[in-house]
Write a protein that binds this ligand. Structure first.
Ligand SMILES: NC(=O)c1ccc[n+]([C@@H]2O[C@H](COP(=O)([O-])OP(=O)(O)OC[C@H]3O[C@@H](n4cnc5c(N)ncnc54)[C@H](O)[C@@H]3O)[C@@H](O)[C@H]2O)c1
Length: 320
């Protein structure tokens, strides 16, 4: 059974999904009002303000952590030390050293340490991965993400941490590599010390490159990921309802008799069908599967660590 900690904005979505999957046994939050609300909503769950109670409960096999980011590392560490499997919201830690410690602890005890990278369970992102891995796009050359809006102006977390974690997790998942260069530039136009506009550049050992534009100071509302391959190009646009993924048969090529000059080829543009499954439900099901010994729990933890390490590098560059 699963215990969910943190019932603020995001935790209730996790609680709902685990309840629907018949796996919710405990709920935990420091706020008495929230405990009252959730005790009424889930009468069969045990509701507490004590994280230690979840750690001590024999019937809790997995703990879900949806508390504020600075608390993730310490809570995840306690849970792993208590022998519990962990699903921790993104990012699972704030420093490379912290995540490496959590990954080692999970490996040592053979426990699941799964970061809540929701977009990795989005059927459209799965489609991009499928196209790349099947070689449909040819060699992938570059990937870039746009996550912009004149949106909620956050004052405690910059655009890199608030928005960038999503795109970074997708880029690393698609390319399955860790960047050797990670550079970020940005400015804190609205709140001193909190960057609202951030541009990131990543370069990978294979030579592939990636870029992220992250901003809540922008006229465009964009949630887009573009992958450029040598043979085809593909765009995932999460603002679209029916055309989430568009594949462009566009590519440069050289005609043998044209003395090596580049030409361009434009063929069909097609829209594959994308399932409408709720990504969070798929994420919760994956956590239960991993607990049951299916899938590769070590890879899931290590993939989460790659994201934190890259975030750490980007943060250093942004402030350096
Ligand atoms: N995957 C996504 O798309 C997505 C979306 C939103 C938020 N998130 C993540 O979810 C996490 C929580 O964000 P939020 O917006 O829900 O925050 P929030 O501030 O609304 O809620 C956090 C809750 O945690 C509780 N809490 C704090 N410390 C606790 C402790 N030690 N024990 C028990 N409860 C404690 C607080 O009382 C609060 O109710 C963050 O990591 C955030 O990045 C993910």
């Amino acid at each position: 059974m699963i215990g969910v900690t943190g019932l603020g904005y995001w935790g209730p979505n996790l609680a709902r999904n685990f309840a629907e999957l018949g796996a919710l046994s405990h709920l935990c939050d420091l706020d008495p009002k929230l405990r009252e609300t959730f005790a009424a909503r889930y009468p069969s769950a045990r509701v507490t303000d004590s994280f230690a109670e979840l750690l001590a409960a024999d019937d809790v096999r997995g703990i879900v952590i949806a508390t504020p980011v600075p608390t993730h590392y310490a809570l995840a560490k306690q849970a792993l030390e208590a022998g519990k499997h962990v699903l921790v919201e993104k990012p699972p830690a704030m420093k490379a050293q912290e995540i490496d410690e959590l990954v080692a602890l999970a490996a040592e005890r053979d426990l699941v340490l799964m970061p809540g990278h929701l977009l990795l369970y989005h059927p459209a992102v799965r489609k991009l991965k499928e196209l790349i891995d099947a070689g449909e796009l040819g060699d992938v050359l570059c990937v870039y993400g746009n996550r912009q809006n004149l949106g909620i102006v956050r004052t405690n977390e910059n655009a890199l941490w608030s928005l960038g974690v999503h795109d970074l997790s997708v880029i690393l998942y698609l390319l399955d590599e860790e960047p050797d260069t990670a550079v970020a530039h940005g400015r804190d136009f609205l709140t001193e010390g909190v960057e609202d506009v951030v541009f990131c550049y990543l370069r990978f050992p294979s030579g592939k490159i990636a870029h992220m534009h992250l901003s809540w100071l922008d006229p465009h509302k964009m949630r887009k990921m573009t992958v450029v391959g040598r043979e085809k190009m593909v765009v995932f646009d999460d603002m679209e309802l029916e055309r989430k993924v568009t594949v462009y048969e566009k590519a440069p090529w050289k005609r043998a008799e044209s003395y090596g000059e580049w030409q361009t080829r434009s063929g069909d543009i097609y829209i594959p069908k994308i399932a409408t499954d709720e990504p969070l439900k798929l994420e919760c099901q994956e956590f239960l599967r991993l607990i049951d010994g299916e899938g590769d729990r070590r890879k899931v933890a290590e993939d989460g660590a790659r994201v934190v390490r890259a975030l750490d590098k980007l943060t250093e560059s942004l402030h350096g």
